[in-house]
Structure formats: structure tokens, C-alpha cells
Design a protein. Structure first.
Length: 327
């Protein structure tokens, strides 16, 4: 496993870390036993950074992480998120009382005295013009409830505005072979300001693992079923906002590029690690074998220039018209 600096925090985190949404909920049935096995496998492989949120299974994901931390001696840094408990997303909802209550809930779930990294969970765009929210976060740091804070965003504009706030340490954004725009304008700016970048949805909700096909079905409580058209949250969070059929066709083209012994998931994650502005990818994983597969990406050889060009061309021709202008 290789490690990269996380913003200006002084921490170095595994370049392939772990996304803990699926072990909380919204991805069909998951047994806690499997989730704990997956988390333990991640730590065995050298993962020292986990991304979760208060709303993932209403605290379930955070509580599983607390259980993991209790049973392991390694240092494990946890990034959680707040804001999605609001019934309706408004800037006013991100007030001192709510933020403090959400942080207190996460502290209880994670069984710790201070949150390592708190991220605002895709708040409304207007929030980035509200310095008072960031002042509340600064106060939470002063009070010792959180060590650092960052944001999780949907759009590039939000990311660019967020890093104008001097104490924003990290930006979490969708970045993968099917979502390439962050590399254009945002990455150079973030790098300049030493802001950590967490690449989320790195496998396009499983599309880029090459394991899904036209006949794949998803349970009713899996967002790949219930949010296919953005019914519950931003459609970009499901399959990266790419039409399922078009995505599958593009995946078949990527499959032809795989070097011997490299899985599709590893290839997709390696592509992300080719961008040095990225701190880490945070693939989700519900089972230990997925985690093992994904973590191996960290030690793979860099992708060839030809393969990078081909992925770019594939994006420009097939994917870009669907996503580039939206996020
Ligand atoms: N708004 C936000 O802030 C936000 C939104 C989305 C995600 N996130 C964060 O980003 C993390 C990653 O994104 P994501 O979980 O949405 O999507 P993802 O990492 O692109 O896809 C994860 C899914 O792909 C499948 N998978 C993973 N590794 C595999 C492997 N090696 N082989 C085959 N299948 C594999 C698993 O589902 P199946 O086994 O069911 O196919 C897994 O749940 C989340 O866990 C969360 O921490 C944050």
C-alpha cells in the first residue's frame, strides 16, 4: 500500500482507502459480519483511512467503524459527514445548533472524543457564499469536537468556492474514468492550496468493476434501483450519472486494455491514482474479496500513456456529452 499526504493535516493516508456507505445501507442487504470482515481486510491491507457519514444506515456504518477501531491497534483515521439529516437542504439548516447536534451524534456513534475529519455532506451551492457556516466549523475545531473539516461536493464550482476558505482541508468529489472534469480546472487549484482530494464513486457504483451486465438486477433498497433517475438524491451519485447501457458498452472497451493479471477494478482505480492531486480513492466494498481486489491497485504499475489516451478518447466520445456540463 502507498500513502499520500491528506491536505495540510500532517496525516498520510492509503491511496486506496475505504468508502463505508454500502456497509451502512442503500445497497441492498448487507450482513454486519461481512462488513466487519471487509473492514478488517482493509486494515490488514494497510488501509488507515475510512470515509463514512452519519446517515449511512442512520449511524450503522459509523458504529461498525467504532467496533473495528476497538478491535484493532493500528491508527485508523475516520472521515465522517454531516448535513443530510435535514429534511430539506437549506443553508439555514447548517446552523450552530444542528451542526453541533450532528457532531455529537457522530461522536457517540464513533465512540471517540473528537472527529478526525468532518465533511459537509453535499450542502446546497449557496452555502459556499456563507462564511458564517465555516466560522461555526472553526469554532467546533476550537472546542475540540473536530480536528479538521472539509466538504463533499457535487459540482466543480462548489469545489472551487470551498477551497477559498482557508481551513477547508479536503474536498470529496466524484472522479473516475467516467467523470474526468475535476482534473481540468479544480485539481491544479487544489494542489496549489494543498487541499486533499478524496475521489468518491471511483468504480461508478460497480459499473467499472466489469462485473455488471445488461441482465444485472438490484434489490428495491439498492440506490442502483431506487435512484436510477435521481428520485432520492443527485442522479450523479448512481452509476456516476452515466446511462447504464452506454456505461456497459464503454466498460467492454476498457476491458480490452487490461494488462495481464490486472482486474477491471484495479485498472479503474489505477487510472485515478495517475493524478497526483488526488489523495486517495475511496472504493466501497461490502465483502472482503472486493477489498482485497481493490487494495491491490495501490501496488500496480502506472497505466501506459497509450491507455491513458484511450480512456480520455473513450470519455470524450461516449461519456462526456452525458456528464461533462452537469457536474
Ligand atoms: N455524497 C457523498 O458524499 C457520497 C456519495 C457517494 C459515495 N460516497 C463515498 O464514496 C464511497 C465510494 O462510492 P460508492 O460506494 O458510491 O461507489 P463505488 O466505490 O464506485 O462502488 C462500490 C460498489 O462496487 C462494488 N464493488 C466494489 N469493489 C468491487 C470489486 N472489487 N469487484 C466487484 N464489485 C465491487 C460493490 O457493490 P456490489 O457488490 O453490490 O456490486 C460496492 O458497493 C462510498 O462508500 C462513500 O464513502 C460519498
Amino acid at each position: 500500500m502507498n500513502y499520500r499526504p491528506l491536505g495540510r493535516t500532517g496525516w498520510k493516508v492509503a491511496d486506496i482507502s475505504f468508502g463505508a456507505w454500502a456497509i451502512g445501507g442503500s445497497w441492498g442487504h448487507v450482513a454486519d459480519e461481512d462488513s466487519l470482515a471487509a473492514l478488517n481486510k482493509a486494515v490488514d491491507a494497510g488501509v488507515n483511512f475510512l470515509d463514512t457519514a452519519d446517515v449511512y444506515g442512520n449511524g450503522r456504518s459509523e458504529r461498525l467503524i467504532a467496533q473495528l477501531k476497538k478491535s484493532r491497534r493500528e491508527e485508523i483515521i475516520v472521515a465522517t459527514k454531516a448535513g443530510r439529516r435535514l429534511p430539506r437542504q437549506t443553508v439555514a439548516g447548517y446552523n450552530r445548533q444542528n451542526l453541533t447536534a450532528w457532531v455529537d451524534d457522530s461522536l457517540r456513534n464513533l465512540a471517540c472524543d473528537a472527529l478526525d475529519l468532518l465533511q459537509l455532506h453535499c450542502p446546497p451551492s449557496d452555502l459556499y457564499s456563507s462564511p458564517e457556516v465555516f466560522a461555526i466549523l472553526d469554532d467546533l475545531v476550537k472546542d475540540g469536537k473536530i480536528r479538521y473539516y472539509g466538504v463533499s461536493v457535487e459540482k466543480i464550482d462548489e469545489a472551487l468556492k470551498a477551497i477559498e476558505y482557508p481551513n477547508v482541508q479536503t474536498v470529496q468529489i466524484i472522479f473516475n474514468c467516467f467523470r474526468q472534469r475535476p482534473a481540468e480546472l479544480f485539481f491544479p487549484k487544489a494542489k496549489q492550496k494543498q487541499v486533499g482530494i478524496l475521489a468518491r464513486v471511483p468504480l461508478a457504483s460497480g459499473l467499472l468493476t466489469g462485473r455488471l451486465g445488461p441482465q444485472s438486477t438490484f434489490p428495491a433498497d439498492d440506490h442502483r434501483n431506487f435512484n436510477r433517475h435521481g428520485e432520492s438524491f443527485d442522479v450523479g451519485e448512481t452509476f456516476s450519472g452515466v446511462d447504464y447501457k452506454v456505461g456497459l458498452e464503454a466498460v467492454e472497451e476498457i476491458r480490452r486494455l487490461l494488462p495481464a493479471g490486472v482486474s477491471m477494478s484495479q485498472f479503474a482505480l489505477c487510472w485515478i491514482l495517475m493524478f497526483d492531486a488526488v489523495t486517495c480513492a475511496i472504493p466501497g466494498g461490502k465483502r472482503p474479496e472486493q477489498v482485497v481486489d481493490n487494495c491491490r491497485a495501490s501496488d500496480q504499475a502506472p497505466l501506459s500513456a497509450t491507455n491513458m489516451d484511450t480512456i480520455r478518447r473513450l470519455y470524450d466520445e461516449r461519456i462526456r456529452p452525458m456528464v461533462h456540463h452537469r457536474w
